[in-house]
Design a protein around this ligand. Sequence first.
Ligand code: ADP
Ligand code: MG
Length: 315
Amino acid sequence: IVNRPKMPQYPDLDRWILVEKLGHGAFSNVYRARDSTTEFGEVAIKVLRSFQMDSNQRANILNEVQIMRNIDHPNIVKLIDFFESHQFCYIILELCTGGELLPQIVRLSYFSEDLSKHVIVQVAKAIEYLHETSGVVHRDIKPENILFVSVPFTPSKNPKPQQPGDEDKEDEGEFTSKFGSGGIGEIKIADFGLSKVIWDNRTGTPCGTVGYTAPEIVNDEQYSMGVDMWAMGCVLYTLLCGFPPFYDESIQVLTKKIACGQFIFLSPWWDHISKSAQDLVSHLLIVDPKKRYNIKEFMEHPWIRQADEETVFTV
Ligand code: ADP
Ligand code: MG
């Protein structure tokens, strides 16, 4: 018999048996839970402390749930149910047992190009569905919100990049053969807490507008999907080298660096990474959202297309 830590008791949650805590956010705890009626098996339950929220934040929960209700894609966590008690909101979600992407990047130091492709293509398929089918902008794409469906296949740590002129062919060989094209596992994106419906795909116009919308609003709406593309650029950069494109101890300096899109492909970490991968990252981390790649352009980039032709994905 395993000694489990005592789980908190929430009101009106009797059908679900909390098993372990999976994560948390500003107003939420997320648990792995078992369905006592066995209809759904294991699920994730996001418990939101609505009693600590103002009316705006409460409205955001309903927005999150409403958006998730209309979404159905293999690379997006599915909503199973939603209900409220006096002080809490419960979002019942499809369970991902493999944890977040970030610890896997930390564990491997960085991902090979094949593995990076394997992950980012799955993120891109989710984004393509959101942008082109649902008219939804996720607005919070980051490694904490990218989850592995099951424990990822990660045999061992990558070798540290060599200093220039100090190549170690054996390490390189090991590096590619281990990770080949088998992938690392299926991923899903989570957390629609900041997401927004911006485009009505039925009418092809910005949401909730009739004929009086100013052109700058129409334009803004059209390019607001670019926030997800920028974030995908940051995720791809981080996958490939193990650290983010923009970083500074000072939040002011960091904000400035981001505002002017000031990043470099830092040597020696980027020396072994293909020009094609760098080209794709460069087209995502562009300050002007009109010039930044959209999801279509991303999907058509040679580095991505090559992945589709050569790699057999599990999804
Ligand atoms: P917040 O809006 O507070 O960031 P999230 O929805 O991102 O809440 O959930 C917080 C964390 O809980 C996630 O980063 C992840 O680690 C975990 N989590 C969320 N949803 C699931 C899920 N469906 N399966 C497994 N873990 C999850
Ligand atoms: Mg989150």
